[in-house]
Design a protein around this ligand. Structure first.
Ligand code: NAG
Ligand code: NAG
Ligand code: NAG
Length: 386
């Protein structure tokens, strides 16, 4: 009995620890794996919605070691999480403009929801993403004020939502420098984080989640998607070419809180799928800069490093029909989750993949786990391959 209790404890902590946002693409061009995103130290969920950890996870703001990525209002953003076998929505929020995205905590008022995917056609966002290599796309709103922002990606796991405090929030924040045409405060409504969520909210605590709950009517926490006012009179800031900083020091230590701006750089194999005009995806990387050696090692090509971080011009991403054909980088650098990258709920043989649901009272899917994993009951309604 003792050992069983111990085992259960171990399993529960394993269960609760397993998804992160790892990569983003801006108009199909990525700055790199885990680049521009504040990676939390683990993939555990946050369950206390009143904690500051609910904002950008537990390592916030990450001591300036994260690059800030250039984008424009209206740009298409694609996010890729490592996996999620937990039912629930995905939402995206923006906070800003802030003086420096590298040091902003995002704690407090001023967040806007810019994207939400709940349950469509009986499938939760995590399943829909699972069918798309764990990716999801949305657009930055137009009418944003130019400046630096935090982009927050949140996946809420509802498999334990029948218990108060059982909702599991997974989130990460990216640092963006957005060129826009709006004015500060031009998007409403805004919410506070923490503050906007309460453990007892009906979209977080769902006593009947496994028993009569109508997922088709579900809407994720954080209120409605904000509306931005469009051009608010503020002139968009267009950096002139002459403002480019002189090339300089490339050895900024990783501990330095200084920020840098990284324009999205196409993946390691950008031309592989590209027809004739192969220059397109690469041009958008012409200005770019990485400030840490770890970031630099991920980027295939680097422009000269500027000496300072405040005046790096934002490159205009090159719009091209090729962009949609850029293939993901062939190697998945630095992650411990490589084998789970192609996240689909079941393997070709019908076996359920690691961490996915394999049982529960109303479960109609496969119940056999892939080799090496066992179907472990978490509660009456949810068993998971571990
Ligand atoms: C899925 O994403 C991973 C990581 O980005 C990538 O390596 C892999 O090629 C993708 N698979 C497909 C089928 O696109
Ligand atoms: C580069 O910056 C580092 C840290 O500020 C400094 O110690 C070093 O002397 C600089 N090197 C050059 C060549 O300017
Ligand atoms: C770079 O950014 C840091 C953090 O915001 C700031 O303290 C520093 O003054 C900036 N450096 C320059 C040269 O602008």
């Amino acid at each position: 009995m003792f050992s069983k209790a111990l085992l259960t404890t171990v399993l529960i902590s394993a269960v609760s620890a397993h998804q992160n946002w790892h990569q983003l693409w801006i108009n199909d061009v990525t700055p790199g794996y885990q680049t521009g995103i504040r990676m939390p130290p683990s993939n555990s969920p946050v369950t206390d919605v009143t904690s500051n950890d609910i904002v950008c996870n537990v390592k916030n703001p990450n001591a300036g070691a994260v690059a800030t990525v250039a984008a424009k209002e209206g740009d298409k953003i694609k996010v890729q999480w490592d996996q999620s076998g937990h039912p629930g929505p995905i939402t995206h929020f923006l906070f800003g403009p802030v003086d420096d995205a590298a040091t902003a905590t995002g704690v407090g008022a001023g967040w806007i929801k810019i994207d939400e995917l709940d349950n469509v056609g009986g499938k939760w966002a995590n399943e829909i993403m699972g069918a798309n290599n764990m990716t999801h796309e949305f657009k930055l709103p137009t009418g944003l004020a130019s400046g630096e922002y935090l982009l927050r990606s949140e996946m809420l796991a509802l498999h334990g939502a029948q218990t108060l405090g059982g909702g599991q929030f997974y989130m990460g924040c990216a640092q963006l420098k957005i060129t826009g045409t709006g004015s500060k405060g031009g998007c409403t409504p805004t919410i506070s984080l923490p503050g906007a969520y309460k453990a007892s909210d009906p979209n977080i605590f769902i006593p009947n989640v496994y028993n009569g709950f109508d997922a088709s009517k579900y809407t994720a926490p954080g209120g409605p998607v904000a509306v931005c006012g469009g051009a608010g009179g503020a002139a968009p800031s267009v950096p002139s070419a002459s403002a480019a900083p002189a090339p300089g020091n490339s050895t900024v230590p990783i501990e330095t809180p200084a920020s840098s701006i990284v324009a999205p750089i196409s993946t390691a194999a950008p031309t592989e799928a590209a027809p004739a005009e192969s220059e397109a995806p690469v041009e958008s990387s012409s200005v770019i800069v990485a400030k840490t050696s770890s970031v630099a090692s991920v980027l295939p090509t680097l422009a000269p490093y500027p000496t300072n971080n405040a005046t790096v011009p934002v490159t205009k991403p090159v719009r091209t029909t090729l962009a949609t054909h850029v293939r993901p980088r062939p190697t998945y650098v630095g992650g411990a989750v490589t084998s789970e990258g192609a996240a689909t709920p079941t393997g070709g043989s019908g076996a359920v993949k690691l961490y996915y649901q394999c049982g529960g009272n109303n479960w109609k899917g496969a119940t056999t786990c892939v080799t090496g994993a066992k179907c472990v009951k978490q509660n009456e309604f949810y068993s998971q391959c571990l």
